[in-house]
Design a protein around this ligand. Sequence first.
Ligand code: NAD
Ligand code: ZN
Length: 353
Amino acid sequence: MVPRVIFGRGSFNQLSDILTPKRLGINAPFIFLVDDVFKSNSWLTSRIPLSYEDIIIYISAAEEPKTDQIDILVEEIIVNSKERPSGIIGIGGGTLLDIAKAVSIMLTNEGKAEDYQGWDLVKNEAIYHVGIPTISGTGAEVSRTTVLTGPERKLGINSDFTPFDQVVLDSELTKDVPKNQWFYTGMDCYIHCIESLQGTYLNAFSQSYGDMALELCKEIFLGDDLTNIEAQEKLMMASWHGGMSIVYSQVGVAHAMSYGLSYLLGTKHGIGNCIVFNHLDEFYPEGVKLFKEMKVKHDILLPQGICTDLSDKEFDIMIDVALNLVPLWENALGKNWKKTITRKKLKLLYKKM
Ligand code: NAD
Ligand code: ZN
């Protein structure tokens, strides 16, 4: 679990107090990895507490994180720092949070990021790392994984060293998220809840978090009486609880199929999950019904026909990626999932998208 978290509007201002005791020396910088959407946003960047050799590296979230991108960043940080950094601070959405987690791991572990994609392959403790979400939904701020696309697969570095040492939850940072992106990333949280709560891996621990997050999502996306500030604060907590729910269970069909879309077409996680989930009535009838209500309420039009021009070979690639995610299918449908899920069935579903 994340051992330290502060929550509150404006808590970003406490960053200096949080980091100062963690500084290892004047030559051991803090490295701030910041979504480049904030590059000319002095409201946020002027409050990043830089001292000594500390630096900000702006990174685009236009594409999801890749293993070789992590290797290049780590190399750049090693070459440019006099000493091993005091810490890595990720400021942004799931993309930047995952990059921060992966970089902090790869600064203390030899080899390439792709060597650590999987479960519990990380040998050495990561350097101190802090996560500061600026958009809510993925649960990346709380999870024990950092999802990376490598040469062979899209798979997380799942380990006890992956979670942040400190998280700062300041909902004010999410105030300028564009509406469509708010919906897609928020639905990632909603889908985490549905897949966790309907999964065979469910247990009381996971359920308690999932139930809370699902209630919050309903209030936020179907209710009418929240102020903007309340909605931002509640979505931040929903993301956290949804993330906690899947840490102790697993996601399901939407995530498995969305990984296929992402691997082949580069479709981003939030929107990809929405595109898939829209067609999963058979697996999650109630969840999909509510999702469609939320979509209408917020005037969201999802892209259609993204698989129309794909070749058989391309469908096969997506199907391979999806089918490889065995724990997700097992969680969704139980040990005998292969009886329900065939290549033909997945192809038919992808063709609808
Ligand atoms: P994101 O980080 O990709 O950002 C989406 C868009 O929103 C970007 O254009 C970004 O610049 C913009 N944005 C972010 N904050 C903003 C703000 N405050 N104002 C204006 N624009 C802002 O989106 P995401 O949905 O949070 O993250 C998706 C990523 O998270 C994927 O790479 C996915 O694999 C990963 N993920 C990780 C986990 C995990 O447990 N580690 C879980 C789910 C998803
Ligand atoms: Zn997700």
